[in-house]
Structures are given as structure tokens and as C-alpha cells.
Design a protein around this ligand. Structure first.
Ligand SMILES: [Ca+2]
Ligand SMILES: [Ca+2]
Ligand SMILES: [Ca+2]
Ligand SMILES: [Ca+2]
Length: 340
């Protein structure tokens, strides 16, 4: 006390030091301001209160905790590992105090994707080496890639030896659920170059190219522009399985045709891809290269026949085909029915 006269005061006492908080010392590894109270007796009685009075001074003392904690998000995980838009996803964050000093209570934030208001979780005081696990469950209906962010001591309630290792991220992709996928793998016709009047066989192969079984469905197979396409029942198809259907038609008109086969035409199966179900096949029906015989104008005389007797019969034999008949004669059978 340099402003005091020599010998004044002859003694001083240091009555006590107390914390500015009423908590236990080791529970609060922070920087604290301590207030010391010094009391002494002025032997010359020069204090305002007179001889023998005591005065107090506050001593500002700042100490730094020598053993700081260090909070980190040791792990941030999600389950299931490959979630779909239908899964409830559980996110798990583990906060650990990896410092040598005890960490007071803190708050962890766990942000799912880019949400504007991350969830927060109260973390209790953690002794050195101790950890706390928090979980959060969400269903994410948009199938994209997400990045979660967990931040230890998000409000900086705890002074740590390292404040820049508190953030951990977790990136994962939410996918659509596994679905079957029906396609018409092929739509063909035989013969390859049909002619008018020739019997043509159309073959459609329906395949499930999805990873899970497709339930029963219906395939439509439209020949040309017909108004009512034929339909075929398709059984349940395991992944990779296929079903073949055929349809036989005779097309009398020589022209270009486009057939259309549509898998799951009644949309009874929910598929991963509903827009790959239609396959078309075009082909040309060429004019017939055969003779085409027909009989017309059949007449018998007399017109009323009895006892299976009649005088004469006549008819016209036509060749409607594009080529001449290559035979010198044609045998025509005709007979009487027993109709009355
Ligand atoms: Ca830290
Ligand atoms: Ca901190
Ligand atoms: Ca499909
Ligand atoms: Ca469908």
C-alpha cells in the first residue's frame, strides 16, 4: 500500500477469496474473475470510520482454468444405410469430451439436410472421455442426396481447448423404393416380309427389369390401327423373368403397319418407370404374290332340284391375285348339301 505512511499499516490480513459463482470449482472449467477482500486495521485511525475500523478492497483476479475440455461430435451416422423415401431414418450423433478437463452442460445441434431450423439437444456435463448419444428420426420423401451437420456446443457455453473441431457432417442419398419395371422387351413378327393374305404371327416378350417381383398385369397388342387391341394376361414376374405372348392375324391389305404392345396397360403394377412400357414395331405387308381364286355366280338348273338330279351348274372362276394361274386346269368340287 504505497500511499500509506511508513509503518502504516503494520499488518494486513487476507480474509478470504471466493468465487463469483456459487458452483463447485472443478465443475466449471472456465475463465473466472475472482474477487479478493482485504481487510485491515488502520492503527492511526485515519479511515473515515475512525481508529480501529476495517476497510475492504476488491482485488480483481482473472485466472484461466489450466485443464480445458474439448467437445467433438465423434460420429454422425444414419440408419438404414441406404434409405428410401419410405424409410424412417434414424440419425445418431455421439458427442464426446476428448479434453482432459470436465465440460459443463452444452447444446448440440443436428441439422438434417439444409433445414433452416436444426433440432437441438441438451448435452449434460461430460467428464474427460465421457460421451452422450442423441438420436433423431425423420422420413425424407424427396429422393436426393442430403448432408447432415452436427455441431457440438453450438451456443459456445463451454470454453474448449479446440473450438474448431466441433462440426461433423454425414452425407447420404435417399432413393426411391425398389419397384418392379415392366417393359416390352421385344415385339416381332413372322414372316419378316409378309404378303397380303398371309398368316402373320406377332410375338411380344414382356420382361420385369426391376429388382422386385411385379404382380399380375395385362399386356395389350394392337395390330395396326385397330380400335380394340387384343389383351393378354401376364402372370406375376420375378426380377428378370419374362412372358411371351403370340397373336396370329391375316392382313388382307398391302400397306405399312405399326403394331403397338403396351405392358401393364391397365396400370395395375406400380413401377419404377411407367414411361417405358410401350414398344412399337413397324412392318410392310407386300402385295400377295399368289394367284387368288374364287368362285362366284354359282347357278344350277333347274333351280329346284329333286332326287339329287340337276341338269347343269355354272360358275365364274376368278383369279384376284397379281399373278397368272400357273396350272392348266383347276379341279372344282361341288356338291349338294342336304339342306331343304
Ligand atoms: Ca471442440
Ligand atoms: Ca465451445
Ligand atoms: Ca415400366
Ligand atoms: Ca404400371
Amino acid at each position: 500500500y504505497t500511499n500509506w505512511a511508513s509503518g502504516e499499516p503494520s499488518t494486513s490480513s487476507y480474509d478470504g477469496v471466493y468465487m463469483a459463482s456459487d458452483g463447485l470449482w472443478y465443475d466449471y472449467h472456465k475463465t473466472w474473475t475472482l474477487y479478493g477482500v482485504a481487510e485491515w486495521t488502520d492503527p492511526l485511525g485515519r479511515s473515515a470510520a475512525g481508529p480501529g475500523s476495517r476497510a475492504q478492497y476488491l482485488l480483481d483476479v482473472t485466472i484461466t482454468d489450466p485443464i480445458p475440455p474439448d467437445l467433438v461430435v465423434e460420429s454422425l451416422t444414419h440408419s438404414p444405410l441406404n434409405p428410401t423415401v419410405e424409410d424412417a431414418i434414424t440419425f445418431t450423433a455421439v458427442v464426446r469430451n476428448i479434453g482432459p478437463g470436465k465440460a459443463g452442460a452444452s447444446v448440440l445441434s443436428l441439422q438434417v439436410g439444409a433445414e433452416s431450423t436444426p433440432a437441438t439437444f441438451s448435452i449434460p456435463a461430460l467428464s474427460p472421455g465421457a460421451s452422450e448419444t442423441v438420436t433423431r428420426t425423420e422420413t425424407l420423401v424427396v429422393p436426393i442426396t442430403y448432408q447432415n451437420t452436427a455441431t457440438a456446443d453450438v451456443y459456445n457455453d463451454v470454453s474448449e481447448s479446440n473450438e474448431s473441431n466441433n462440426v461433423t457432417t454425414d452425407t447420404y442419398t435417399v432413393v426411391p423404393p425398389p419397384r418392379p419395371d415392366l417393359v416390352v422387351e421385344s415385339l416381332t413378327h413372322s414372316p419378316l416380309n409378309p404378303t397380303a393374305g398371309e398368316e402373320i404371327t406377332f410375338t411380344a416378350v414382356v420382361m420385369n427389369i426391376g429388382p422386385v417381383t411385379a404382380g399380375e398385369s395385362v399386356l395389350s397388342l394392337q395390330v395396326g390401327a385397330e380400335a380394340t387391341p387384343a389383351t393378354f394376361s401376364i402372370p406375376a414376374l420375378a426380377p428378370g423373368a419374362s412372358e411371351t405372348v403370340t397373336r396370329t392375324e391375316t392382313l388382307p391389305i398391302a400397306m405399312s403397319y405399326a403394331n403397338t404392345a403396351t405392358a401393364d396397360v391397365n396400370d395395375e403394377v406400380i413401377e419404377s418407370n411407367e414411361s417405358n412400357n410401350v414398344t412399337t414395331g413397324t412392318y410392310q405387308v407386300a402385295p400377295s404374290t399368289n394367284a387368288d381364286l374364287s368362285l362366284t355366280n354359282l347357278m344350277v338348273s333347274p333351280s329346284t332340284v329333286t332326287d339329287q338330279q340337276f341338269d347343269s351348274a355354272s360358275f365364274i372362276l376368278n383369279n384376284n391375285g397379281p399373278v397368272a394361274l400357273s396350272y392348266e386346269w383347276v379341279m372344282v368340287d361341288y356338291y349338294l348339301s342336304d339342306d331343304t
